[in-house]
Ligand binder design. Sequence first.
Ligand code: HMG
Ligand code: MG
Length: 314
Amino acid sequence: MRRPQLEPPLPSGSLPPRVTIYEVGARDGLQNEKQILPVQDKAAFVRMLTEAGLGTIEVTSFVAPKWVPQLADAEELLANLGDLGRGRNRPVLVPNERGLDRALALGVNSVAIFGSATETFARNNLNRTVDESIDMFRPVVARARDAGAWVRAYVSMCFGDPWEGDVPIAQVVDVCRRIMDLGCDELTLGDTIGVATPGHVQRLLDALGDVGIGVDRIGVHFHDTYGQALANSLAAIGQGVTTVDSAAGGLGGCPYAKSATGNLATEDLIWALDGLGVETGVDLKKLVATSVWLAGRLGRPSPSRVVNALAESV
Ligand code: HMG
Ligand code: MG
């Protein structure tokens, strides 16, 4: 089935001509799988994503292996990938200086720290309070920048928290501001448990703009628990955001956040953006074939509607 072509494309209003998809399937997706995928399969996955045209691919995490055994093979994966696993567009997660040392030793020059807007998730995910986790990040960001690395800062639980419930926008903005003050290049708003709605997205973006964090420095990261991830991403794009996270096939979740399900499926995002005439540079057919292949390796079907609709035709 081909998407019906409208001539001319839908009027795009204030939509940007191009959106950068920040692909998180290899990290956010695979960190949450019960079965640990062999390193050769992970490398093949990253190669196929590259081949499909994904420019930015978060490759893995340099976290404590006891905390996330699924990604304990980060060194082996980067060795397997060679140059394909490094560079400005191949970020990796680092929580602390130990993680940064491991990454820099391999020639990584793009890293992501990951904080929390709430105390409970900071404790559950990082074994730290919010203040302690910001203290942990301070030398990581300073040393990463000294080494010439690009630094992304995730803030999780921006739209709600499974233990604390609603998270006030002022609290989210305060944490975002303190984390960006460390010197990060990009802020990424995490809807870890997928509870955001488009109006909430707009209100948070407006509030961040009011404290000087503009959409040019913001990425968005929606999980799809309530089926809102695409609507939320489009709302953010409509406000001027041009970096959107998604995971091939809708993989994803967080091992330390109950009720976190998969990320927005990259295929679903591309289908919508294609229809709006917004460029992504991704070959949808090749990406669907990648997700079908990975679903076979993981032994479970992709939750993506678009993957399922197109699977027969690739
Ligand atoms: P801790 O237990 O307080 O740390 O964990 P520690 O410093 O006491 O170290 C404990 C052990 O881990 C020690 O080993 C350390 O050497 C080792 P031992 O002496 O017991 O043998 N260790 C490490 N080993 C390798 N690499 C490291 C490292 N650090 C310590 N970097 C820590 C604190 C931050 C390490 C831990 O809590 C951790 O690794 N957490 C990561 C959890 C995680 O990865 N969660 C998923 C990613 S976040 C997410 O998915 C949300 C996101 O997608 C956005 C959204 O959806 O909102 C980004
Ligand atoms: Mg996530």
